[in-house]
Write a protein that binds this ligand. Structure first.
Ligand SMILES: *Cc1c(COP(=O)(O)O)cnc(C)c1O
Length: 363
């Protein structure tokens, strides 16, 4: 028998979440962001659930090729554009749209030989200070692109640093609008948080985390608030049960001590599966669909859970680390991420290759 741990991807939940993004952006088209192998879900596995999107956004050229190999003929946007001049050949060949965020990328385009003019997304650095042209040089970058025969349509994009937090998006929108007001072209500004929290739509929204059933602004809002559904379940089984006596400790570093008799279960899941080692005692987990918590340190292949609320649990009992549990129980990935001091994004992306992944049938 294989080690009892597996992940499940839920295409119907992906489709549901995409529909939520659409409902929040009735005036825009929705690009499903599938970078990082679809936030750890697997591009091929999310495709049945997300193929209703108006486009896909990602940054790795090999991933763009995989989306085309699935038969997708619609828009694919490279969010970081070309990394070297020859990437533009693949853009021509696969008909990829690509971001242009620096003057070197314009130089490469100017030297690129193609019959197929490209659609580009000129990126403004409106305050995030990662990629893009600052507002004061944006217009001259636009004019350079506009003069190139290699360029067909120029769209305008920027990215928000604080769409999920108290600073918000107004200062970046003001910078963007001031520098672009009389420029033609479609606009793309929003990630999930800007869409859900601030209702920023424009022509193309770039929905990532919301599609994957994680709240972009947890814990201020949870997925129930945004009516999103978990799209990834990580589950394992109990491979042993221990009866602790008062004074006994659990795991490496004696990270937990029982002050009274207590049953604990040993779960076939550890940090080598992608479950964060930083999850402390008290991290939520479901056993047979009943909510309980971890105790002690997470080790490479195992972690330990309190069985006090689940007296019927025994070797073989199902443990839900995040996602969908039995009997309709749910454990949002955001709660586990918060316990680990991180975000749902990181947990999804960190699912380890040794975990077998399956998909439900698409709806
Ligand atoms: C990852 C990314 C997104 C999607 O962000 P979410 O918070 O996952 O919705 C949108 N735009 C850009 C440029 C990105 O890199």
């Amino acid at each position: 028998m294989p080690r009892p741990i597996e992940a499940w991807i839920h295409p119907a939940a992906l489709a549901h979440n995409l529909a939520r993004a659409r409902a929040a952006a009735p005036d825009a088209r929705v690009m499903a962001v599938v970078k990082a192998n679809a936030y750890g879900h697997g591009i091929e596995r999310v495709y049945p659930g997300l193929r209703g999107a108006d486009g896909f956004a990602l940054l790795d050229l090999a991933e763009a090729q995989r989306v085309r190999d699935l038969g997708w003929r619609g828009p694919i946007l490279l969010l970081e554009g070309a990394f070297e001049p020859r990437d533009l050949e693949l853009c021509s060949r696969l008909g990829l749209w690509h971001a242009v965020h620096c003057s070197e990328q314009i130089d490469w385009l100017a030297a690129h030989k193609t019959q197929q003019p490209h659609r580009v997304f000129l990126k403004m650095n409106s305050g995030m200070n990662r990629l893009g042209f600052r507002p004061e040089v944006f217009r001259s970058a636009w004019a350079r692109l506009d003069a190139l025969t290699q360029v067909d349509e120029i769209s305008l994009m920027t990215h928000f640093s604080d769409a999920d937090g108290p600073r918000g998006v107004a200062h970046q929108i003001a910078a963007f609008e001031a520098a672009t007001q009389d420029l033609p072209g479609e606009r793309s500004l929003s990630n999930s948080a800007a869409l859900l929290r601030h209702g920023i739509q424009n022509d193309w929204v770039r929905a990532g985390i919301a599609a994957y059933g994680s709240a972009p602004d947890f814990p201020e809002h949870d997925i129930q608030h945004w009516q999103l559904q978990p799209t990834m379940t990580l589950r394992a089984r109990l491979i042993a049960v221990q009866q602790l006596q008062a004074g006994d400790t659990v795991g490496y570093g004696s990270g937990y001590g029982a002050d009274a008799p207590q049953r604990v279960g040993i779960v076939a899941c550890g940090y080598a599966d992608g479950y964060p080692r930083s999850c402390p005692t008290g991290t939520p987990v479901l056993v047979d669909g009943v909510r309980t918590t971890t105790v002690g340190r997470v080790s490479m292949d195992m972690l330990v859970v309190d069985l006090t609320p689940v007296p019927q649990a025994a070797m073989g009992s199902e443990v839900t680390l995040w996602g969908r549990g039995p009997h309709g129980a749910r454990l949002p990935i955001d709660e586990v991420a918060q316990a680990a001091g991180t975000v749902g994004y990181e947990l999804m992306c960190a699912l380890a290759p040794r975990v077998p992944v399956h998909s439900d049938d698409p709806a």
